[in-house]
Design a protein around this ligand. Structure first.
Ligand SMILES: [Zn+2]
Length: 351
């Protein structure tokens, strides 16, 4: 199907060489159609401006031209486009502002050459692996630090050992797992992380399996992180404790010529940091200033709507970051960590 602009008809493309079946795709009424983009799921998104609430805003249409939904803004709308790593962030220009929102669909890849922004050169080994038991643990525990490193040129991969399907007493488990996986993907995108891996362990872990240990060894050997984030050793929340043991045992397994099921080359992260979630650390070795990224951390955390609807923990973790910042002298806001492993810097004579 080909869409033409400015009120022209829509055509079917026959054999890639000719147009046929010209027709009106949809009637925008009195609005002045401005932006238009197609989405991977086949829907068409348009923006139109008019000083009247009914046609003004962003509209989405099915491939057959049927109106599906509409976004209204407090200003006259002009153009729109999808952006972000996964093209799930919708940008809308309006009278005096640019708006953006995350949507549950994905824009088509651009046909234009990719514009590359100049970024600081990343360090030689520049990958982060962040692992959590549940889909929101990483954002809570180290979201501000991960974002800060990404801004400096690091790559980040997230791993959710479970999909958090036990996180509600009323929502069906499979529905909740899918919702929380989507929330985790969106939160990772807000931070700028590359991808989220879900290991599919059952939420409410009491122990881990050998297969899950091999899966984490595989990831460590594939991603080859320089920094690994995981639950701190003192975290007494049962799932977090099991995942801490799982990951630390996988770290040991990934480091040497063992586990023939895992084909990757041995690797050991140089730095391993334990983060806090529900049980604030009673002591810590490292405080990271996240003043510049705390807002992004909160944006990522608020992607976990299924959890925040029942408990506004985003406010609690904003308060914790403020407390950590003030008490550690690191900055206005901070995240603190248990240092489980760090490159040695020994006094002369021992090195
Ligand atoms: Zn958790």
């Amino acid at each position: 199907m080909v869409l033409t602009f400015s009120g022209g008809p829509v055509y079917d493309v026959i054999d890639g060489s000719r147009f046929a079946n010209g027709r009106m795709f949809c009637d925008m009424g009195p609005a002045m159609a401005d932006g238009l983009t197609c989405v991977l799921d086949g829907t068409v998104w348009t923006s139109s401006g008019w000083f009247d609430p009914s046609p003004d805003g962003v509209s989405s249409f099915s491939p057959g031209g049927e109106l599906i939904g509409r976004i209204h803004l407090p200003e006259v709308v002009s153009n729109l486009c999808f952006g972000g790593h996964l093209r799930t962030r919708l940008f809308i220009t309006a009278g005096q502002s640019v708006y953006d929102t995350y949507v549950q669909t994905q824009g088509l890849p651009s046909l234009e050459p990719q514009v590359r922004l100049s970024r600081p050169k990343p360090p030689a080994m520049s990958t982060i692996l962040a692992i959590g038991a549940h889909p929101d643990d990483i954002e809570i525990g180290c979201g501000g630090t991960v974002r800060k490193l990404i801004q400096q040129g690091w790559r980040a991969v997230h791993v959710c050992v479970t999909s958090g399907e036990a996180g509600s007493s009323t929502i069906d488990k499979s529905v909740l797992a899918a919702t929380r996986e989507q929330e985790a993907r969106r939160a990772a995108e807000v931070l700028g992380s590359e991808r989220v891996v879900f290991l599919g362990a059952p939420d409410g872990l009491t122990q881990y399996s050998r297969d899950q240990k091999i899966a984490v060894i595989d990831l460590i050997r594939e991603v080859r992180p320089e920094i690994l984030f995981l639950h701190a050793s003192s975290d007494s929340f049962p799932d977090h404790r099991v995942v801490h043991e799982l990951v630390m045992n996988a770290v040991a397994g990934a480091a040497g010529p063992w586990y023939q099921e895992s084909t990757g080359e041995p690797h050991r992260p140089a730095t391993i940091l334990g983060y806090e979630v529900w049980h604030p650390l009673s002591s810590h070795e490292l405080a990271v200033d996240i003043t510049a990224t705390v807002e992004r951390k909160m944006d990522a955390l608020r992607c976990h709507r299924s959890q925040i609807e029942s408990m506004h923990y985003d406010e609690a973790f904003l308060g914790l970051a403020r407390y950590r910042g003030v008490m550690s002298f690191a900055g206005s806001h901070a995240e603190v960590f248990e240092v489980l492993r760090t490159p040695l810097s020994l006094p002369a004579g021992l090195a």
